[in-house]
Design a protein around this ligand. Structure first.
Ligand SMILES: NC(=O)C1=CN([C@@H]2O[C@H](COP(=O)(O)OP(=O)(O)OC[C@H]3O[C@@H](n4cnc5c(N)ncnc54)[C@H](O)[C@@H]3O)[C@@H](O)[C@H]2O)[C@@H](O)CC1
Ligand SMILES: Nc1ncnc2c1ncn2[C@@H]1O[C@H](COP(=O)(O)OP(=O)(O)O)[C@@H](O)[C@H]1O
Ligand SMILES: [K+]
Length: 529
């Protein structure tokens, strides 16, 4: 899926109308029907009680009026409050004409804001993607009134006052919705932490918008859903052997942080790697061998931290960072790794690297090393680690700019972790992930991601970007499967490891065979009697 700007959304509406030869107001009616379908499927007339629809002067208000009609026809108790304006959109006028007199309609004024008893369901159809400036005056007073009243607010398309694709000034008036029901494609604003209190839970309803326009739209914002990664994991050939799926090297662990190495190794093995070797401080040797018997282990000469880089020749990918610590000797290992991973006569492509946790912090302290990053290196910072690599961001939108710029400048794949983890590519694309849950906000979840990415980068048939996009998606899905089993509060990182297999299974090519298992018989004489 892609994400469009507010301006592109308007172009998409027009393209849909032209392409499908739609009569006026048809798209509005589709949007209203989609909203009503969503709403009525969740809340019956009895549970809903009185519904107040707040309508602005544009097409968003038109949607509100059309929704009011449908809910009235569905036996819901609906009343409408209109924001007065000098001019109303054509769709608004159409919907207003069709609203029966049985639906009470009041005009909002400063002196007469609508009454909102606490349990009222309020549908916010004041402003949508046509918002051109922050709310002020009467609309802002209405938003403040709504916040004080504490109704159950559901936003139509987008919470009023929120820009779809850009930040608004701090303290500007924005509706705080519990749910936002939007049409066609997600909006960038829904994916950023700073908007969470406005957007609430968001839902996308299909209204048959032009797929041709969407396929050709120029945008660098993408949303990774199940479809984007369907069948991404190549089938394992019948005559494959452990050498087929790559030999990964993990450089991880230090005194007190051996668990990070164990979790990353477990995730790498469950991620389908052929062979895994871990170089770990020697104090962790027994811990590691006992907890990960499927992995090979090279104890470092140092007991408490890593000080030595093994010969890289046998490996197809290297992960460094989980539980590493920041000892000077480990910094030297990182430096040597960056120098040796470059393409050479014996290795035509750079060695795939995954850099995480303390290895990122070491890079942040020695930014001159960034120039050494081989092309397509994967960095997996959380926002704080990313800040150490760049600069503090003014807001979430600015952080995305810094992220995009960083990935393009250093020609690497940067995984900015969190809800809707954002993968930035050297081409300047940003891919927001759709899986994962707050149960994963627990120590070690990131180490699991590093291990999975290591396995997928060691896979010879997966191009760098596909490997990382799949890894991020499957990591979140494993977290979702784990949360379904344990609940979010009880989820620990090891549960994510245990659900990697089922999560990846959904994306294996060989569980969805293209050729029917039993070929259709055309000549009965050759078939069994
Ligand atoms: N593809 C889609 O997503 C569809 C969208 N539709 C609806 O159309 C909406 C967009 O409609 P419009 O483009 O008419 O835009 P809006 O309904 O968001 O509002 C535009 C009107 O509000 C005024 N305005 C903007 N900012 C203001 C402010 N801060 N204070 C006071 N007035 C302000 C404008 O001058 C204009 O009159 C969407 O959000 C959605 O609800 C549907 O009707 C059809 C399909
Ligand atoms: N609220 C959330 N929703 C979705 N995913 C989350 C959430 N919180 C954390 N995660 C995921 O869990 C992982 C946490 O990584 P990180 O912060 O590095 O943790 P740690 O260093 O403890 O391993 C990331 O992949 C992140 O995307
Ligand atoms: K709205």
């Amino acid at each position: 899926m892609i994400i469009l700007s507010a301006a592109q959304t308007r172009e998409l509406d027009q393209a849909t109308i032209d392409e499908q030869h739609l009569p006026p107001a048809a798209l509005m009616e589709r949007a209203a029907t989609a909203f009503a379908h969503w709403f009525c499927g969740r809340l019956g007339p009895e549970e809903a009680g009185e519904i107040l629809v707040l309508c602005g002067p544009g097409n968003n208000g038109g949607d509100g009026l059309a929704i009011a009609l449908l809910l009235h026809q569905g036996n819901y108790a609906v009343r409408v409050a209109l924001l007065p304006a000098g001019k109303y959109s054509a769709d608004w006028l159409h919907a207003r004409r069709h609203l029966p007199a049985a639906v009470p309609v009041a005009e909002i004024t400063e002196g007469q804001l609508p009454e909102i008893p606490p349990a009222t369901v309020v549908l916010d159809a004041l402003f949508g993607t046509g918002l051109s400036r922050p709310l002020a005056g009467l609309p802002a007073a209405l938003v403040a009134h709504l916040a004080r009243a504490g109704g159950r607010v559901i936003a139509v398309d987008i919470p009023s006052g929120l820009f779809a694709d850009a930040p608004q000034p701090a303290d500007s008036a924005v509706v705080r919705a519990r749910h936002t029901v939007s049409f066609g494609l997600p909006k960038l604003a829904f994916l950023l932490p700073q908007n969470a209190d406005f957007v609430g839970e968001w839902h996308i309803e299909d209204i048959g918008l032009s797929t041709r326009f969407i396929a050709g739209a120029a945008t660098y914002w993408h949303y990774t859903d199940a479809r984007a990664v369907a069948r991404a994991l190549p089938a394992r050939p019948k005559f494959s052997h452990k050498g087929t799926f790559g030999h990964a090297l993990l450089l991880a662990g230090s005194r007190g942080k051996m668990g990070a190495a164990v979790l990353a190794a477990g995730a790498c093995l469950r991620g389908g790697v052929g062979l895994l070797t871990a170089q770990i401080p020697s104090l962790g040797y027994d811990i590691f061998q006992i907890s990960q018997p499927e992995a090979m282990c090279r104890p470092d000469p140092q007991a408490d931290y890593l000080s030595e880089l093994p010969d890289l020749q046998p490996y197809q990918a290297v992960g460094i960072g989980p539980g590493l610590g920041q000892h000077a000797a480990s910094l030297a290992v990182l430096q040597q790794l960056l120098r040796e991973a470059v393409a050479s006569q014996t290795r035509p492509e750079p060695l795939p690297l995954i850099i995480d946790a303390d290895a990122l912090n070491l890079l942040g302290q020695h930014r001159e090393l960034l120039a050494l990053l081989p092309e397509n290196t994967v960095l997996t910072p959380h926002p704080r680690e990313f800040e150490r690599l760049t600069e503090p961001a003014r807001d979430d939108y600015h952080r995305l700019e810094l992220l995009r710029d960083f990935a393009q400048t250093h020609r690497c794949l940067v995984v900015l972790k969190g809800a809707y983890t954002c993968l930035a590519t050297p081409t300047g694309d940003l891919h927001f992930n759709s899986t994962g849950n707050p149960g994963m906000a627990t120590g070690g979840s990131g180490d699991v991601l590093t291990g999975m990415l290591l396995a997928l980068r060691a896979h010879a048939q997966l191009p760098a970007f596909e490997a990382v996009r799949l890894g991020v998606y499957a990591h979140g899905l494993a977290g979702d499967l784990a949360a379904a089993a344990t609940g979010q509060a009880g989820l620990v990182a090891g549960d994510i490891v245990r659900h990697i297999g089922p999560a990846l299974r959904e994306h294996e090519q060989n569980v969805y065979p293209e050729i029917p298992f039993w070929p259709v018989r055309t000549n009965r004489s050759h078939g069994p009697k």
